[in-house]
Write a protein that binds this ligand. Structure first.
Ligand SMILES: [Zn+2]
Length: 136
């Protein structure tokens, strides 16, 4: 098993209310030259949690941090003018929190971050590090 030291939160950078599936992201990431969807989990607008890449495999979601991390992504992150916005639905917020708590239970030493902590990006369009700092 890989050693997991970081859990990194992302958004799909798609407009609020646009339904996006793991099949869509898998296609986009293959077009970018990845082997498959780069995230390990994708949370749909309705809050359902879907598996992406197998957690045993190194993801493709955060340059320089993939080897020892898990990538978690929610669908959304842009307003209707394609500007960065925290578009998480209530169901997505609940599911994201639930999933991160589960992952922290499985990987107690892992720290939770937003993609933007490691790159000059807005992703995931909210301060994930602060929001989830109380998850033990
Ligand atoms: Zn990201």
């Amino acid at each position: 098993m890989r050693s997991i030291s970081e859990i990194i939160v992302h958004c799909t950078a798609t407009p609020a209310d646009r339904h996006v599936t793991t099949t869509d992201v898998d296609k986009w990431h293959r077009q970018r030259g990845f082997n498959s969807i780069g995230y390990h989990y994708l949370i749909y607008l309705d809050g359902s949690i879907h598996r992406g890449r197998d957690i045993k495999q190194i993801g493709a979601h955060c340059l320089g941090h993939n080897a020892n991390s898990i990538g978690v992504c929610y669908v959304g992150g842009l307003d209707h003018n394609n500007q960065p916005l925290d578009t998480r639905t209530t169901a997505q917020r609940n599911s994201l929190l639930k999933l991160l708590r589960q992952l922290k239970t499985s990987y107690p030493k892992a720290t939770i971050h937003g993609h933007r902590d490691f790159a000059a990006k807005e992703c995931p369009c909210f301060d994930a590090t602060a929001e989830y700092s109380n998850i033990k």
